[in-house]
Design a protein around this ligand. Structure first.
Ligand code: PLP
Length: 371
C-alpha cells in the first residue's frame, strides 16, 4: 500500500465494454471514472479530506478560490436575485459581487459584518448571506453563530469564505453555516505552488454546485489536488506555528513608533479578540494588518527595504508575504470604498510563514527605518 497519495493525471478513462461506458457516462459520477472534468480519483481524495476537516457532508474542488466562490453565487442566485454581502472582503470577491454579477442581473446589498440590524433587514428575500471568517484586509473576525442565527431565521443560507482561518481554527458548518469555501491556494496548499479552491456543505448543496461546475468547467487539476493533499498533511503544524509567530510580530509592531493601527485578533485590545477567543480556538491566525506612519510613500519605502519578508500577493504559506492593500489586493475599490473598508494609504497586510519570528521582527525593524 503506498503511503503517499496516488497522483492520477488521466484526463479520460477507457472502458472495455460499451454498456458500462454508456452507464458511467450517463451517471457522470459514481459509476466509474469517465472524464476528469466530472471526477478523478486524486481530486476525490482531496475533496473527501477537506470535507472531513471542515466537518462537512461533501465538497467540490475548483481551479481557484474565485472559481469556487463564483460557482456558489451562480448556483444559489439567478437573474433578479439579491445576495447580502459583508463589506469586509477580499478585493477579488468585491469585484465579483459589485461588477461582474450585476452584469448577469444578480445584485448585492453590502453590509458591515457586525451591523446585525442592517443584515437582518436586508435578508428578506435574499438568496444568500456571504462573509469571510476573518475579513480582508483588516483581519476582522465574523460572529458566525450570530450571523447563522439571522440567516436561519430568514431561511437564507450563510456562505462563509474560511480561507484565512483554515479548518484548523474554525469550521463554519459546525457553527451554523450552510457552505464553507476555501482558496486552497492559501493555507490548505501552504507552499505557494498551486492555485485551487473548494466548496464544502451538505450533499444536496454540493451536488448543485458540482452540477453547475461540470458544465461551466472550472475544474481543479489532479496535480494541484495532489499538491494540496501534500500540503494538508502539515496543515495543523503550519497553522499553529504561523499563529504563534504572528502574535509575536503583532506585539512587536504594536510597540513600533512608525506603525499604527495593528489589526490582529490575538492582540489584547483588538476589537476581534473576544470573537477569536470564542470562535478561533483562542488563536489569531497567520495574517495581520498594520498602518505605516507616513502613508503610501512610507509603506513603499518599507516594502522596498524588506530582505526576508517577500512583497507578494498571497498568504497562508511557508514564506512570509507582505502586500500594500490599496495598491495590490484592493485596487478594485474606489477611494470612497477604500475608506469605507477601513483601508488607509499606508495599510499593509502581512502573512506570516514558517521563518523564525525573531528574524521577521528584525527584518521589519530594519525596513521601517527606511519608511
Ligand atoms: N478568498 C480570500 C479570502 C482570498 O484572500 C483570496 C485570494 O487572495 C481568494 C478568496 C481567491 O482565491 P484564488 O486566488 O485562489 O482564486
Amino acid at each position: 500500500m503506498p503511503v503517499a497519495p496516488i497522483l492520477d493525471p488521466s484526463s479520460t478513462y477507457g472502458f472495455s465494454d460499451s454498456e458500462s461506458f454508456a452507464a458511467a457516462s450517463e451517471a457522470k459520477v459514481g459509476a466509474g471514472y469517465v472524464y476528469t472534468r466530472w471526477a478523478n480519483p486524486t481530486i476525490d481524495a482531496f475533496k473527501s479530506t477537506v470535507a472531513d476537516l471542515e466537518g462537512a457532508e461533501a465538497s467540490e474542488a475548483f481551479a481557484s478560490g474565485m472559481a469556487a466562490i463564483s460557482s456558489v453565487y451562480l448556483t444559489l442566485c439567478s437573474q433578479g436575485d439579491t445576495a447580502v454581502v459583508a463589506r469586509q472582503l477580499y478585493g477579488g470577491t468585491h469585484a465579483l459581487t459589485q461588477t461582474l454579477l450585476p452584469r448577469f442581473g444578480i445584485e448585492t446589498t453590502l453590509v458591515d459584518v457586525d451591523d446585525y440590524d442592517a443584515i437582518e433587514k436586508s435578508l428578506d428575500g435574499a438568496k444568500l448571506l456571504y462573509c469571510e471568517t476573518i475579513g480582508n484586509p483588516r483581519i476582522v473576525v465574523a460572529d458566525l453563530p450570530r450571523l447563522a442565527e439571522l440567516a436561519r431565521a430568514a431561511d437564507v443560507p450563510l456562505v462563509v469564505d474560511n480561507t484565512f482561518a483554515s479548518p484548523m481554527l474554525c469550521r463554519p458548518i459546525e457553527l451554523g453555516a450552510a457552505v464553507s469555501i476555501h482558496s486552497a491556494t492559501k493555507f490548505l496548499g501552504g507552499h505557494h505552488d498551486l492555485i485551487g479552491g473548494v466548496v464544502c456543505g451538505s450533499q444536496e448543496i454540493v451536488d448543485r454546485v458540482a452540477d453547475l461546475a461540470r458544465e461551466l468547467g472550472p475544474t481543479l487539476s489532479p496535480f494541484n489536488a495532489w499538491l494540496a493533499l501534500r500540503g494538508i498533511a502539515t496543515l495543523p503544524l503550519r497553522v499553529e506555528r504561523s499563529s504563534r509567530s504572528a502574535l509575536a510580530v503583532a506585539r512587536a509592531l504594536d510597540e513600533h513608533p512608525k506603525v499604527t493601527d495593528v489589526c490582529y485578533p490575538g492582540l489584547d485590545g483588538d476589537p476581534s479578540k473576544s470573537l477569536a477567543d470564542r470562535l478561533l480556538d483562542g488563536k489569531g491566525g497567520g495574517t495581520l494588518g498594520f498602518d505605516v506612519v507616513g502613508g503610501r510613500s512610507a509603506a513603499a519605502r518599507m516594502q522596498d527595504a524588506l530582505e526576508l519578508i517577500i512583497p507578494a500577493a498571497s498568504l497562508g504559506g511557508t514564506h512570509s508575504l507582505l502586500v500594500h492593500a490599496a495598491s495590490v489586493t484592493h485596487t478594485q475599490l474606489s477611494a470612497a470604498e477604500l475608506i469605507a473598508a477601513g483601508i488607509s494609504e499606508g495599510f499593509c497586510r502581512l502573512s506570516i510563514g514558517l521563518e523564525d519570528p525573531d528574524d521577521l521582527i528584525a527584518d521589519l525593524d530594519r525596513a521601517l527605518e527606511a519608511a
